[in-house]
Write a protein that binds this ligand. Sequence first.
Ligand code: ADP
Length: 358
Amino acid sequence: MNLKTQQPCLGQKGWEQYEEIFDTLREPFLILSSDLRVLKANKAFYSLFQVTLADTAQHFIYDLGNRQWDIPALRHLLEEILPQTKTLENYEITHRFDVIGERTMLLNARSIEHADSILLAIEDVTERIRYQEELERSNQALSCVASIASHDLREPIRTISVYLELIGREMGGIKDKKILEYLRFTIDGAKRMTNLVNQLLSHASIGGKHERTSVDLNLIYQQAIDDLQEIILESGAKIKKSQLPVVIGGASEFSQLFQNLLSNAIKYRKTMPLEITISSEKKNRDWIISIKDNGMGIPKESSKKIFEMFTRLHSKEISGSGIGLSTCKKIAEDHGGEIWVESVLGEGSIFFLRLPAE
Ligand code: ADP
């Protein structure tokens, strides 16, 4: 709609030709005269604020719905700020209305001088804010559970592990195979529990206000390789890497991400010699880093699901917690990026990590 080509003053009649357009908008929308009378309100406005045409047309905005719109913040915006700036962008106001209760709204307005009018778009963001707050609350609750787990669970598990090891040593001389086997299962169980608690803790600690620096992913890769030396040697994996970029983020989080992806590539290998290739490519304003293996592969229908917490496809044969990839996803998203997999079952997988280049 080119407003500049319209007649000097549209008034209520002039705007009527746009009625269908206004009524198509999902957000409440008002057209006001320059003296702040309602020339037009759209369907979304009537529906959200539960008013009718008769309640609104030609009324002062502040008089709408029993003067519910007489909001000091709105007066300030329309009478003091808008005349100077001519446009308002994303001004947030919160107000308690009689019928619909407290709402938080984002206001966008434009003063159309040649039409002697003001366009006012009202976006109700109450639910979005409530949802965000709930999400923050549940994240905090999760961190709280994690810290309880750290203090209250780690210590007893450590005690169990230490004493089980001691019992194992003491019983070394005993020939009862059954008892020794039970003991081995119990020690393994305690180790898995320790691992699970540690993984849950590191998952919960991602996000929030962490230090962000320039991180050389070549160094992160090398550190992961050093940490995984034992299983790399044991698996005989051949790992090739091309030059990786420097990105902005948390070094320890990237270390965790590389370790998870590399250790998975090793864990879910096939019987043939394992080859892992790590490379990177710049695409527009992002880096795409890929970690390719020739392992077991992932069925297409599970390629999204494996990034969800506790999802495991090989739970019977290979030990694990199902947390690693969901931690990778959280790290990628926390850095403004994403992670996904392309795979052919029985042939191998490529995990892609997109990270902003600037
Ligand atoms: P974990 O390895 O502890 O089970 P993850 O969250 O790291 O948990 O991985 C989830 C599941 O995704 C794994 O259980 C496995 O079935 C599958 N998976 C992950 N990486 C690979 C891979 N490189 N090749 C084949 N399957 C994989």
